[in-house]
Design a protein around this ligand. Structure first.
Ligand code: FE2
Length: 433
């Protein structure tokens, strides 16, 4: 049998060492010592082969705009919003496309081959949206991109916000967005969600709202999202992003809320890089962490994923689109450091995110599924998280779309330089075989 591609000696997340055969963009064989030839062969040498990482929450229309309207000197959310307002009039379709494409290459080359990006539709000219609709097509070889129509300045608090949101769906957005906590009043926030859910039903699209992204313990829109989801029978199709206020709720309310989130099958996306920096800014000490209750939500059986959110924009000046950075930081912020918790964090940027994005039916290392996977320079998910390992081969639809060389580190041992790896003696890769 001749395959298009065989990856030999790949270590799956469950520890099995297998060869993977790919033909016509699909996984057609997973077995130890697969017989047959291939046009292209990769020797993974015992390295981790994972389904692609997923970036479930970012803003590609803002990516790499840091500094365009001056730098965020205070580092706060409020100055970020002000800088973005100054940046928006400068945006052009071509420049947004150029930056978004670079950011996508950064994400993909580090293992993220699926991206959900919000795009600001509070703009009668739809500059960002027109750019990203083209980018979605032009970058299909690297990533599957979902676009959320995101009313950054409000559905009801921005002139013609609801009309613009609906127009963005007609133009081709995949997902309906909202930002209820940003609307002027509680009542407007609730009404904005009703409008967003109405559109989600009418246009048959999933919904992903920025929700309760504040330290205000009175910001309780996620309960409205749960209620609307159940009332309309949209279980599993709704994401509440951020929900940082949950970190400030009293426990009696939070645990009552968990029951409703679970019944609604709501997905929660936490964004450790942005929220660890932007929240808690009005606190002195003790100072809040700016995160939703990741560990407790998971323990309750609610689906949680991690997003990176920003890459060099007015809100967050750092980042290279490496989802391992987001997961590594999230692991710390959520204290998911128990021995068996560490590999679970990998789920938050893979399978849990795939579930939140509604793509589980075509995601994973299984015969018949699209050949999308990544080989990391580590022997396990646990090690890849610990070492922030590079993605050596990224394969999308059966084609290698990104490759990297493992960094070579040599240390002086008194007589000569010796190559070292950050693995304990006796553990690690099958090098030299
Ligand atoms: Fe966001």
């Amino acid at each position: 049998m001749t395959y298009d591609l065989i990856v030999r000696r790949a270590r799956l997340r469950d520890g099995r060492l297998v060869d993977i055969g790919v033909t016509e963009g699909r996984i057609v064989a997973i077995e130890a010592e697969l017989a047959g030839e291939a046009t292209e062969t990769i020797d993974a040498a015992g390295r981790l082969l994972s389904p692609p990482l997923i970036e479930p929450h970012c803003h590609l229309d803002a990516a790499l705009t840091e500094g365009l309207a001056g730098h965020n000197e205070t580092g706060t959310l409020l100055e970020g919003i002000q800088r973005w307002a100054q940046t928006k009039p400068q945006l052009t379709v071509e420049a947004v496309k150029e930056r978004a494409k670079r950011a996508i290459e950064w994400y993909a080359s580090q293992g993220a081959l699926v991206i959900r990006s919000h795009v600001d539709v509070c703009d009668p000219n739809f500059v960002g949206l027109r750019a990203l609709l083209e980018v979605r097509e032009e970058m299909r070889h690297l990533v599957d991109l979902q676009l959320v129509a995101f009313p950054q300045e409000g559905i009801l608090s921005y002139p013609r916000g609801a009309e613009l949101l609906e127009e963005a769906l007609r133009m081709g957005c995949d997902v309906v967005g909202a930002i209820p906590h940003y609307e002027t009043t509680r009542e407007m926030g609730v009404e904005s969600l009703r409008i967003a859910f109405e559109l989600a039903e009418r246009y048959d699209r999933p919904l992903d709202a920025h929700c309760d992204e504040t330290d205000d313990d009175q910001s309780r829109f996620v309960e409205v999202m749960a209620a609307e989801t159940i009332r309309r029978g949209l279980q599993g199709r709704v994401v509440a992003s951020h929900t940082t206020a949950m970190g400030s709720y009293n426990n009696a309310y939070a645990f009552k809320l968990f029951g409703w989130l679970k019944r609604a099958e709501l997905n929660i996306i936490a964004n450790p890089p942005d929220n660890s920096i932007l929240q808690g800014r009005f606190d002195t000490y003790p100072k809040r962490r700016g995160m939703t209750r990741v560990k407790e939500l998971l323990a309750f059986g609610i689906n949680v994923a991690f997003g990176h959110d920003s890459v060099m924009d007015p809100w967050y000046p750092l980042g290279t689109g490496n989802m391992l950075h987001a997961a590594w930081l999230g692991l710390h912020m959520a204290q998911l450091s128990g021995y068996d918790e560490i590999p679970l964090v990998w789920d938050l940027i893979t399978t849990n995110a795939a579930k939140a994005l509604g793509i589980l039916d075509r995601y994973g290392i299984e015969i018949g599924k699209p050949a999308n996977f990544v080989v990391f320079d580590a022997a396990s998910d646990r090690d890849a998280l610990r070492m922030l390992s590079p993605a050596l081969w990224c394969v999308k639809d059966g084609r290698v779309v990104s490759r990297a060389t493992a960094p070579r580190v040599e240390v002086w041992r008194g007589e000569d330089f010796v190559m070292i790896r950050y693995e304990r003696p006796g553990e690690g890769l099958l090098l030299g075989g």
